[in-house]
Design a protein around this ligand. Structure first.
Ligand code: NG6
Ligand code: CA
Length: 527
């Protein structure tokens, strides 16, 4: 750059600074002053990892997760932290929008060709971080839809609108889940590894309604499968595994399940390395594929847990965590990085593939001491592992009993980075930075709302589950869903396993909590 250009750009940026200072209200300027630190923020979100799936939550005898345990030893480990829903799409929706997904239709488990569920009209967590000067990235499992019309995405061109339109400067994602087509990585809106000029036959087509003529399916061609389904997962076959949905093409762009953890973890590390060289802080939303089905860990983990692919996938998840932590250490930025680790929902053992997870589980309890699991309104559905580490700012090696919810990440991170939230932005999210920084380790938010078809609300010791007509149990996955036509009331302190329904004994408590839940339903939390 010549001198004149340099001067001009200096002038331009000075002008911008002045404009910014004039625009900022006195209140927000004070706020920025009291919050001068803008640490990097890394969210590591596991998939279907249960409360009891990490050693430091009491499972030392059955699973080894040394990297997760290291994070916990250096930070605060939450005993009462919740995803907002017991499945992926709604839980992730709440994280990125600060709104309960049950307020919005169409936020259930998304197919791989869903249109964007977090849309450019939303005010998102990464946009808020961008406002604060952060460079943002989403890497790994997405599962919140792409494009503006379901089933109309151009997988062979640029899938748009996409993550850059909702606040992510960089993205390297799997569109939905590993068990849903399309089975390809998408980097900044483009499928990675397609060479259509030389190989037009690889062009990708996806359908969630009908098979493509001539393509084998799990249903018709079980002889082609290396892992058989236990329920569902009998449509397209990719890498010897039956999926949900049909697809053709892809060629070398199709992922190899055994390499997914390596691929996305390397991308996460590369992003950190790239950003560590720059002045601006970064925000990384790193969503692992582990331990979702199909569980096909890399061969270096195969057989290592003694629990089959599910346990091996937990070891692989722990490896990914270690890689990210090592990168922060070796770049010398660990002290200036807030790492939050959690899971999108509770655990499931058989989620649709014959991977011997049930037979080999032994004494391991993915749900810890809680009842239910993924899909369930009982505690194990949403009470998830959660750890936060920020050396010198978060006390090391502490356990928090505070009531904590992922819906609060938005407003709490806004407080951390000195951003005011506008009216209507992140409507259900509250600033509980004290909780997430491990300073308030007792009380936490006033109540927790869980969502698994029906809703529950927990205040102090008491949990109320609203009556519903849903099934009491999902026999395919062997999980008690917690639905009942009768109201349910549990004392979680005396009865963590939700065995004694005390609703008949304490009708006033039931009425009080039902009214409170109704109040939350009617109006958002910040009103
Ligand atoms: C279910 C799938 C299950 C899993 C889940 C979504 C079948 C039979 N079951 O419909 O395997 O993919 O959806 O999981 O297809 S989540 O963690 O992404 O919400
Ligand atoms: Ca999940």
């Amino acid at each position: 750059m010549n001198n004149q250009k340099l001067n001009l750009s200096l002038l331009a940026s000075l002008a911008l600074c002045t404009a910014g200072a004039q625009a900022a209200s006195p209140a927000s300027r004070t706020k920025a002053k009291t919050n001068p630190a803008k640490p990097n923020v890394v969210i590591i979100l596991a998939d279907d990892l249960g409360f009891g799936d990490i050693a430091c939550n009491g499972s030392f005898n059955t699973i080894a997760t040394p990297n997760v345990d290291r994070l916990a030893a250096q930070g605060v480990r939450f005993a009462n932290a919740h995803a907002t829903a017991a499945t992926s799409t709604p839980a992730r929706y709440s994280i990125l929008t600060g709104e309960y997904a049950w307020r919005r239709p169409g936020t259930g488990i998304a197919p791989g060709d869903a249109a964007m569920i977090v849309t450019p009209q939303h005010q998102t967590l990464p946009e808020m971080m961008q406002r604060a000067g952060y460079t943002t990235a989403a890497i790994g499992k997405w599962h919140l839809g792409l494009g503006d019309k379901a089933g109309q995405q151009d997988w062979n061109g640029v899938v748009t609108p996409g993550l850059k339109d909702i606040g992510f400067d960089y993205s390297y994602i799997m569109a939905a889940t590993a068990d849903r087509v399309p089975c390809v990585y998408i980097e900044n809106g483009k499928v990675v590894g397609l060479d259509l000029e030389n190989h037009p036959e690889d062009s990708i087509h996806v359908s969630y309604s009908k098979p493509f003529p001539g393509e084998p399916t799990g249903r018709k061609n079980p002889e082609l499968l290396k892992m058989k389904a236990s329920h569902g997962h009998d449509m397209a076959i990719v890498n010897g595994i039956g999926r949900i949905g049909y697809m053709t093409g892809g060629g070398p762009a199709l992922w190899v399940d055994e390499n997914i953890a390596d691929t996305i973890t390397n991308r996460a590390v590369q992003f950190i390395e790239r950003e560590a060289k720059k002045d601006d802080p970064f925000f990384l939303y790193f969503c692992t594929n582990d331990v979702h089905v199909p569980r096909s860990p890399h061969e270096r983990f195969v057989g290592k847990s003694g629990m089959g692919p599910r346990g091996d996938a937990i070891l692989q998840f722990d490896w990914s965590v270690g890689k990210v932590l090592d990168a922060l250490d070796s770049l010398g930025i660990a002290d200036n990085t807030l790492v939050i680790l959690s899971s999108d929902n509770g655990p499931v053992v058989d989620d649709g593939y014959q991977d011997r997870a049930v037979e080999l589980l032994g004494d391991h309890k993915p749900w810890g001491r809680f009842r239910g699991g993924k899909y369930s309104i009982f505690e194990a559905g949403t009470r998830v592992p959660a750890i936060a580490r920020w050396p010198k700012h978060i006390p090391a090696g502490k356990v928090s009993d505070a009531a904590a919810s992922q819906v609060d990440w938005f407003a709490s991170l806004a407080a951390l980075v000195g951003q005011e939230l506008s009216e209507g932005e992140a409507p259900d999210s509250r600033d509980h930075l004290e909780v997430w920084l491990g300073k308030d380790r007792k009380k936490g938010r006033a109540y927790i709302v869980e969502n698994a078809g029906t809703l529950s609300i927990t205040v102090d010791d008491w949990k109320y589950i609203a009556p519903s007509n849903g099934a009491a149990k999902d026999n395919n996955v062997n999980i008690e869903l917690g639905n009942s036509k009768e109201p349910q009331l549990y004392n979680l302190v005396e009865d963590m396993g939700e065995r004694n329904n005390l609703a008949a004994q304490y009708p006033e408590k039931v009425a009080e909590l039902a009214a409170m839940l109704e109040g939350v339903r009617k109006t958002n939390d910040r009103k």
